[in-house]
Design a protein around this ligand. Structure first.
Ligand code: AHG
Ligand code: MN
Ligand code: MN
Length: 327
């Protein structure tokens, strides 16, 4: 793309400079945007950066870390802890919260540094998800991170896909930026809204036999299409990276489910409340959709009990999420 074509797009810094945000939050978001642009380069280099494959380590989620999980976690941790407005960070890839050494940090940042890790080695979309909270203390402990999603002052994600995009909310709508050369984020999607109705659902169908009865009934109704109770045909998509599946829903509607299932009944779900559920729920609600545990209870109202706790997730087009509840 020529510079002339790109002229006229507002860049990230100008956009957030014009938003009514505290200075410190603006700086934190700039660090996140800059680091996601750097991560995009590492992801794009793939084998050239020696970034493919497993790291040989297991994380606190009891999942095998990919090399890129570790590299991106370190990039975000280092960049955020160097920012004087950050009081501490927490990550899907780290056992414990990391307090900053700054005397006056005001924000806590929680992140999934690389979402969709199983896609890395097959060159399919991956992303970074982040959540920003006000810090109750300049020297935070884990208890200070235990705030419901409703308290988030910002959340967003970067999607390293066919286009590299950054999607952000600071609590008044959702905006999307597309990355131009040299890591410049340009505002291309000023007001993202999720259509209330859809004919598209996303769920890992290979788990069907383990689902609870309500989810079985909902998906069966979709699969029966025009001949079934819903009276319309449905399409199905599953990218296996929540960032990419949620991005599709923000662009054209749909629902995404990762429900509780019977395999490990004591585990509420697969996805993590603090790094996946809450940040995505704020974006979805801010775009006019619904983000729930079960079709009804909002994810953002969950009072966290543990840093790495998991939740069931059912989110997307508002009227379709209601159908999950009614099934
Ligand atoms: P992560 O790579 O951060 O562990 O997250 C993977 C999550 C989520 O992004 C995706 O929706 C889901 O796991 C995919 O699960 P399946 O392996 O069941 O498809
Ligand atoms: Mn993830
Ligand atoms: Mn991850």
């Amino acid at each position: 793309m020529t510079d002339a074509t790109k002229a006229g797009f507002v860049d990230f810094d100008s956009h957030i400079a014009s938003a009514a945000l505290p200075d410190g939050l603006r700086e934190v978001l700039q660090v996140l945007a800059r680091t996601c642009a750097e991560i995009s380069d590492v992801v794009a280099d793939g084998a050239l950066a020696g970034a493919l494959g497993a790291s040989g380590q297991i994380n606190v989620q009891d999942e095998e870390q990919k090399k890129l999980d570790v590299m991106t976690n370190d990039m975000l941790t280092d960049a955020l802890l160097a920012c004087p407005f950050v009081a501490g960070v927490a990550s899907e890839e780290m056992d414990e919260v990391q307090p900053a050494i700054h005397p006056a940090g005001q924000y806590l940042v929680l992140f999934d540094p690389l979402d969709g890790s199983s896609n890395i080695d097959i060159n399919a979309p991956v992303g970074t998800i982040f959540s920003v909270l006000a810090s109750p203390s300049p020297t935070p402990t884990e208890a200070d991170f235990m705030q419901p999603g409703r308290a988030q002052v910002a959340s967003g994600y970067a999607l390293y896909g066919a286009q590299t995009m950054l999607v952000l909310t600071t609590g008044s709508g959702v905006t999307g930026f597309t990355m131009a050369p040299e890591g410049r984020w340009l505002l291309t999607h000023p007001d993202i809204r999720i259509p209330a109705d859809t004919r598209e659902f996303a769920i890992n169908m290979s788990n069907q036999r383990h689902w609870a009865d309500g989810v079985q009934r909902y998906v069966t109704g979709c699969l029966e299409g025009a001949d079934g109770p819903r009276g319309k045909n449905f399409n199905m998509r599953w990218v296996a990276a929540m960032v990419a599946d949620v991005h599709r829903i923000l662009m054209r509607g749909g629902v995404f489910l990762y429900p509780w299932d019977r395999r490990e009944p004591e585990k509420p779900g697969k996805l993590r409340l603090m790094y996946e559920g809450n940040p995505m729920a704020l974006l979805v609600e801010q775009a006019g959709g619904k983000a729930t545990l079960d079709g009804v209870a909002p994810i953002l109202d969950v009072v966290p009990e543990r840093l790495h706790q998991r939740v069931p997730v059912a989110l997307g087009s508002a009227n379709e999420v209601d159908q999950i509840a009614a099934a």
